[in-house]
Every structure is written in C-alpha cells, then in structure tokens.
Design a binder for this molecule. Structure first.
Ligand code: ZN
Length: 100
C-alpha cells in the first residue's frame, strides 16, 4: 500500500526531528521528491541547507541520509529519531562509494 504524500511527509518529519522541515513535491513523472531543510541554519541567516532527492523510497533514504550527516556535523547535540540510523546511513554511503 502506498501511503499518501501527507502521511509520508508527517512520518519523515517525525523521524527527521524538530530541526527539520520536510516537504514532498510531486515530480513531472509522478515520483515523490523529498526536500528536507534545516530550520536552524535557515533561521540564522546562513546559507539554507537542504537535501533534495527525487525518487520514492530511494529518494527518501538518500535525503534522510544527507540530513543525518548534516545533524551530526552541525547540530551534534540535537536529538532526532533518525540519528538511530546513523550507522546504517554511513554504511550506505560507503556502499555508494564502492560502486563508483
Ligand atoms: Zn542545520
């Protein structure tokens, strides 16, 4: 069963934690495009950070991985549920590098 866009947005937003703003757009080909932006970096007037990845589940995973790395690097004391996947995200990053 495919969850609705709003439900996916809520789920991704909950996992990404309080600093994230998750938005899902629909691409021309009907795929979901995940956008995660950092409210703290945007609010401070720094360059707005965001991850933009097309693709349904792959896009979700890829943008969430980038978000996890952003949190670890810039907001190490934040406490977002997605940080539980840090080891898995690092593993995927490693695998992607191996394939190139
Ligand atoms: Zn940030």
């Amino acid at each position: 069963m495919v969850a609705s866009r709003a439900a996916r947005e809520r789920k991704a937003g909950a996992e990404a934690g309080p600093l994230a703003k998750v938005k899902i757009d629909l691409a021309d080909d009907g795929q979901f495009v995940y956008k995660i932006s950092c409210t703290e970096c945007a609010g401070r007037g720094h360059l707005k950070w965001s991850a933009y990845r097309p693709g349904n589940d792959n896009g979700f995973m890829a943008s969430m991985d980038r978000w996890i790395f952003h949190l670890v690097e810039k907001h190490p004391d934040s406490d977002a549920p997605c940080l539980a996947y840090l080891a898995a995200a690092q593993q995927r990053l490693h695998e992607r590098r191996e394939q190139q």
